[in-house]
Design a protein around this ligand. Structure first.
Ligand code: ING
Length: 311
């Protein structure tokens, strides 16, 4: 086994709730506080959650799809986020940031960008698996209208060389799907950055409520292990506008083990020293794709969408 060590100090910057009336400026100050704390601890890359700049607005229905446009970013950096970029560059720390993106063409995506230590945006990921529903369902305690306010990305799961390794991103619901991790695993990914907003109450099947914490770690730990990659899962947790969301942010090693775990439901930084060469111990052995995979037998995964039951 290789005894080389490519070390990266990673921080997961969990956020507590963001109130509806909290200004972008106030939120950016919270992000900068976490970033400054991270920099003082020698962190090189800090990961913020999904939709980290505002309250989780898809829980409210508006008849007009543009009814929530105030929550979207039209440029990145923009007027309120420039301060975060400036501070990160000054501190020499990189970050991943989730936000609602409104493009000049009027497209809406649930987006995450990766910013290098020199302040340059090196990667952009748009959420692929958009959960919830698109029409008003007032019977729910609260709604999950992501399918109204975000388009499905057609860009898939790219990876990028950054921070001395191979980096990929995914967003919230993406983390529950094995294809997310394997698409990046097949590109040799060494760290997958995942932000999430997961309400504890799941309206279609409240029996799952008590299992939210288990399912969160189950899918990310499996994805890490089965692809020999680090996974950084970062929550916006706590009770936001009356909706309780899962915290339990975690940094997961290629072994599938959790090496750092948030203990609060608020703004909290957790840190781990990630040896990127640890990935090889899984990628070159048990999960040596080149030797052991049988893609010719996996055709249904890309040729078929739903279940087809044989006669
Ligand atoms: N959230 C949820 C998740 O997968 C979801 C999905 C949909 C929860 C509907 C509750 C109701 O954790 C996000 N942000 O993808």
């Amino acid at each position: 086994m290789s005894d080389s060590r490519r070390m990266l100090r990673i921080g997961a910057a969990q956020l507590g709730p963001i109130a509806k009336d909290e200004s972008r400026k106030e939120v950016v100050e919270r992000l900068v506080a976490l970033l400054t704390d991270a920099a003082s601890k020698g962190v090189e890359l800090v990961v913020f959650p999904e939709l980290a700049l505002t309250t989780f607005f898809p829980r409210w229905y508006t008849e007009d799809v543009s009814g929530h446009d105030e929550y979207y970013e039209r440029s990145m950096p923009g007027p309120e986020t420039q301060h975060l970029f400036d501070e990160a560059k000054r501190l020499g720390i990189g970050f991943a940031l989730g936000y609602a993106e409104l493009t000049p063409d009027g497209d809406r995506y649930n987006t995450t960008i990766l910013v290098e230590r020199d302040g340059s945006i090196v990667a952009r990921y748009r959420k692929v698996h958009i959960p919830g529903h698109s029409e008003d369902e007032p019977w729910r305690l609260f709604q999950h209208l992501e399918r109204r306010y975000f388009q499905e990305s057609d860009e898939g799961f790219p990876t990028w060389k950054a921070f001395g390794g191979i980096v990929g991103m995914a967003t919230c619901n993406d983390r529950r799907w094995p294809e997310t991790y394997r698409e990046m695993g097949l590109q040799g990914v060494e760290m997958i950055l995942i932000g999430y907003n997961t309400p504890i109450h799941y309206a279609p099947d409240p029996g799952q409520n008590a299992l939210q914490g288990f399912h969160n770690h189950l899918c990310m730990q499996a994805g890490a292990y089965q692809n020999g990659t680090w996974v950084v899962g970062v929550a916006k947790g706590g009770t936001e506008e009356g909706v309780e969301s899962l915290a339990q942010s975690a940094i997961i090693a290629p072994s599938g083990q959790i090496v750092a775990l948030a203990v609060t439901t608020g703004d909290e930084l957790i840190v781990a020293d990630a040896n990127l060469d640890w990935c090889k111990q899984y990628k070159d052995t048990l999960f040596n794709f080149d030797t052991y995979r049988r893609p010719e037998l996996y055709q249904r995964i890309t040729n078929q969408k739903g279940v087809i039951i044989n006669d």
